[in-house]
Design a binder for this molecule. Sequence first.
Ligand SMILES: N[C@@H](CCC(=O)N[C@@H](CS)C(=O)NCC(=O)O)C(=O)O
Length: 284
Amino acid sequence: MTSMLTEVSANRSFGGWHRRYRHYSSVLDCEMTFAVYLPPAAEVRLVPALWWLSGLTCTDENFMQKAGAHGVAAELGMAIVCPDTSPRGTELPGEHDSYDFGSGAGFYLNATREPWNAHYRMYDYVTRELPALVEEQLPLTDQKSISGHSMGGHGALVCALRNPELFSSVSAFAPVCNPSRCPWGVKAFSGYLGDDRESWKEWDACELIRGGARVKELLVDQGDADNFLADGQLQPEALRDACEQARLPLQLRTQPDYDHSYFFIASFIEDHLRHHAGVLNATR
Ligand SMILES: N[C@@H](CCC(=O)N[C@@H](CS)C(=O)NCC(=O)O)C(=O)O
């Protein structure tokens, strides 16, 4: 049965609409909220969408309120869809105890370990269930690009690498590049997937690329004053090495003095939107 979208709020923005919706997710077995920016063009035709996956501690609201993306999306005739970062309203043991695991930290994978596997299936949610819902009930074509930040930057890479036919283009801001080898990733993968590191490979962008997964190209921005870069959480050099070995075209741009915040994202989001719009228009 198709779940219906219930509108929670609507704000006029750059001639289009920022709208938030609630719905029951059968994949996650809970109520979820997401946001969509619909450009003015969506009032007269179906438009393609950029899917944005946010990072740790975020909801659908961070990008919509802080990235400053609506004006360019309005000009380009491109929608933006922001899912939440984890299932909500579930009360699993320890789920809300830390910022980097459980609520707000779903890592866009399908958990296999109990009790997480009953709800934490964010990969299926963002690649299958939610696209089907919004493409049926909102003025969107099935053309999609994907981007994200940090945990969500990694989610975007994995979703595109596993589904090159689904996403026309992919980019990322300060992605967690090699989660099997950084503290955030090891904690999340141990908890959601268990200790068998073989099973981690299908959820790790660098491992997927080493294993032969392909997309046409990757665009990645990384600030060099990012504290999580210094902490070893992000490891863009691992992505560069994997792409070099696989001969996968990677545009990895180091942005001097930029940190991990939404000031960094807001500074470069226009480039990313124009990049995705160029690919989506070329494949229309
Ligand atoms: N140490 C931070 C880590 C969380 C963080 O930096 N989250 C990034 C993504 S990894 C973010 O986008 N935060 C929300 C925001 O800046 O609006 C915390 O405790 O909240």
